[in-house]
Each structure stands twice: as C-alpha cells, then as structure tokens.
Ligand binder design. Sequence first.
Ligand SMILES: Cc1cc2nc3c(=O)[nH]c(=O)nc-3n(C[C@H](O)[C@H](O)[C@H](O)COP(=O)(O)OP(=O)(O)OC[C@H]3O[C@@H](n4cnc5c(N)ncnc54)[C@H](O)[C@@H]3O)c2cc1C
Length: 497
Amino acid sequence: MNTTYQNSVKRVIIAGGGTAGWMTAAALSKLIGKSLDITLVESDQIATIGVGEATIPPIRTFHRLLGIDERDFMRATQATFKLGIQFENWRTANDVYIHSFGVTGRECWAGEFHHFWLKAQQLGIAEAFGDYCFELKAAQQQKFGFNEQNPINFAYHLDAIGYAKFLRVFAEKHGVKRVEGKIDKVSVDQATGFISSLSLDKGKTLTADLFIDCTGFRGLLIEQALHSGYEDWSHYMLCDSAVAMQTSPTEAPLPYTRSIAHDSGWRWQIPLQNRVGNGMVYSSSHLSKEQAEQRLRENVTGEPLNQPNHIRFRPGKRKQPWKKNCIAIGLSSGFIEPLESTSIHLIMTSIVRLMRLFPFDGVTQSATDEYNRKLGCEMDCILDFITMHYKVTQRDDSEFWRYCKQMDVPDSLAHKLQLFEDTGRVFLDEFDIFRVDSWTQVMLGQGLVPKQFHRIVDEMDQAELSRFMATIKNDVDKRLTSLPSHTEFLSHYLKQQ
Ligand SMILES: Cc1cc2nc3c(=O)[nH]c(=O)nc-3n(C[C@H](O)[C@H](O)[C@H](O)COP(=O)(O)OP(=O)(O)OC[C@H]3O[C@@H](n4cnc5c(N)ncnc54)[C@H](O)[C@@H]3O)c2cc1C
C-alpha cells in the first residue's frame, strides 16, 4: 500500500503566534531550520489566550535543547522559580499538601520509599511524608537555590505574553518569517484532502507543504477546515470556564503555585517578579460568570492590573491532532484543564515528537498514526492524573464535589487507585509524564492510604527503620539550612551576567 501522500516538505506555515506558535517556530528554526522555509502568521486582531504561566521541570530541557540562556529568559518573562503546587482544601474543605517536583526519601530495589514511610508511620516513628523531600520542604520554607553540589528540581512561573515575545525574537533570529494578517480562508485540495493555502484578510495568499495549526481553541485548520473531531471529557472534568486577573504583588513571590479548591472548582495564584496571576477555574453548571468574577475579586490581594479575562473551554482531546498535512499543536490539539500545568509541556512534547517524525520526504499515514497514538496516550495519562484530584476527596459539601466523588473514572485510573489502595504499589504507564513521587504525593495528599505496604520493609527491624528515616530527614534538614530565601536567590541570580 502506498501511503506517502505528497512530495518532500520544505515550506512550513505555522498559523498562530501564541505560546504554541512561537515555541514551535523557535524549535523548528533552531533545530531543523536549515532544511526548511518557515513562516508564522498571526493576527493582532485576535488576542492570544493570555494565560498559561505555570510550567513543569522538563521546560528546562527544552530551553537547553534550544540553547536559551536561563537568565535572559527569566528577565524577559519576569519569571520566578517553581518547586511545585500547594493544594489547599482539596481533600477536605480545610487542609493543605504540596505536590513538589522533588523525590521523597530514598527507594530500594524492591520498594519505593512510601512503603518504608507507611510502616514507620504505623509504628509512630515517622514525620509527615513531605518532611523527607528536599524540594517540598524548601517550598514550605520559601527557600530556593542551587549549585553544582546542591541541585534542586524546579520549573518556572512566567509571563505568557512575555514568553511568546521572547521566543519570537529567538525564532526570527533563526530565520522564521513573520506575517501579520487574519486568516480568512483555509483552502483544501478536493482530490487529496490536503490544505493547499491560507488566504489573509489583506488579500495575501500563503502556500506551503506543511501547516501547523497553533490557532488555539478555534482549531482553524485542524477542525474548521479538516474536521478532525474531538473527544469530549467533560464527564470527568466538570470545570469548563475560567476568569483570570493580574494583581500587584503584596508579598515576596512564593516558589510554588497555589491551587485553592472552592465549592465549584479551584482558584490559582501564580507569583511573578512584578505581579501575581490569579484565576478562578469553575464549572459553569455550578457557578455563574458573575459569581466567579465576584469571588475572584473578593479573594485576590493587591490592586487589579487588568480587566478580568473570561475564558470558556471544553475539556478533551483532538481525535486526530495530525491529519493530512496539518498538525495541531497547543490548545488546537486539545485541553484537559490547567490544574497540573501540563499544556505547555504538551506543546513541547508535541514539537519534539513532530521533529522526530518530521515528514521531510512526504507525509505518510504511518508517521501520522504514530504521532497521534503517542500524543493520545500521553493525554490519557494526564487525564488520569488530573481526574484523581477530583475523584479522591473527602469533600461532599457541594453538588460539584458530590458529583466528583461519585463519578465513574477511566478504567486505567480506577485500576491505579485500586492497586495503590490494596497494595501500596504505583502503576506507571509508559506515557505517563508523572512519576512515582507525583502519584504518591497526590494520592496520599488527597487522602488515599494503602491497606498494605511491601513486606520488604520488614527486613529492617524497628531500630534500623528508625535510623533510616532519621538519616533521610536529617539530610533534608541539613541541605535546607544553607539555602537562601527564594527572593534573595532570585534577585542575586538575575543580577549576574
Ligand atoms: C484558564 C487556563 C489556564 C491555563 N494555565 C496554564 C498553566 O498554568 N500552564 C500551562 O502549561 N498551560 C496553561 N494553560 C494552557 C495554555 O494557556 C496554552 O497551552 C498556551 O497558552 C498555548 O496556547 P496557544 O498558543 O495554543 O493558543 P493562543 O494563545 O490562543 O494563540 C492562538 C494564536 O492564533 C492566532 N489566531 C487565531 N485565529 C487566527 C486567524 N484567523 N488568523 C490569524 N491568526 C489567528 C491568534 O492571534 C494567536 O496568536 C491554561 C489554559 C487556560 C484556558
């Protein structure tokens, strides 16, 4: 079967200049740009979504791949360091835990650290689970710092508009041509089903071999022109709306994101150097737009710096994010919800996957299928992880939480939760971006306590277990004493060349 649809790919058009568009432009131009002619088209008439300011650690790998200087990037985007997310009021209406980017304790060949902790806790010789994690304790104490001897795992909070601007300069330096104009029409070749050109409002027509749809939720190319289809996940994810607002800072920036649950969703607080990003994420069936905005205004500290930005979204994934000669990257490929800051990460993995499968010699169905399969699996795993936060809760104080507690979840998640509850074992999927430490921190944080632990722990007698636990905790405490405050480190770090 001949499955190659067209000749070689030389000309690439990226439609849309938000975070997704400029990340794609930056990476393609820097890494495979010598073989390509890349144009990005964006419209000043259509604003970018303007949110998306919390990240997870692999963004640093992406920056290293591109050779981006960390200080330049942080200055341009008013970035702060992020050590994790503090979840408030998720398990009950009055509790706190942190999902940090760190490793908790030390694992042995047969079992992860939480098995040792579970037994130690039964014996009354354990401190809080988080006390055995350096990054988590640093976050709690608002400390931060690193050097070669003392590494730390972190990500950033960043200004989304500043990030796109920064990447634009980078991409243009590497040869990307930018065209300003509103795409009015997407022409599809009737014989092949391939996109042939984009017509702009200013009368210009752009042709290319490959089109990357970064037009956000509208999916102008992938959906409106190619009807790729959407798998709706709103039965797992009740939140379908958000309202965001920036405020002036009233305290030193925290080295973590705050996620504060409320009776119909949750609220975020993302500290940057010069301002705080705030937002209410909510279910429109349980809270009106006006109520959400009012609650946001009541809860922010600091002066509002802009008008509230109301956003509607539909949780789910694009059925075929790559179809014909069009690949959707960013919100056009689907959106779960912002709880664990996974969207910018998905942009990055999509770009890397596209580069690995890049159709230099023509689009093939096999490469298309492979791309779609992997992105689909990755999104399914993220869906499991995020759904867990809603499902595993003791909250039943509102209709919203009662639904979440009772709802059916994907079989894959039901299995992971049951396995942990029955045995303390954590199941990891090949495509799961969250590792054991993330699963245990959130499952325990949400109140899911296993009935058993791995009996390998019994190989240690109580004194030995007690020493083992104490050594790890002392090690964490020792590392923390020499750590400066986040603010101190940030200002010192950014002053250096
Ligand atoms: C409430 C909320 C909070 C979020 N928080 C996070 C977070 O903390 N962390 C995270 O990783 N992600 C987060 N996300 C997701 C994140 O915002 C996006 O992944 C990211 O901003 C990428 O968006 P985008 O570039 O795909 O789309 P957009 O920012 O919407 O950009 C679309 C681009 O397409 C252009 N365009 C559209 N139509 C046309 C046309 N007809 N002609 C020409 N140009 C056009 C626009 O001008 C714009 O440049 C959040 C999302 C939401 C909804």
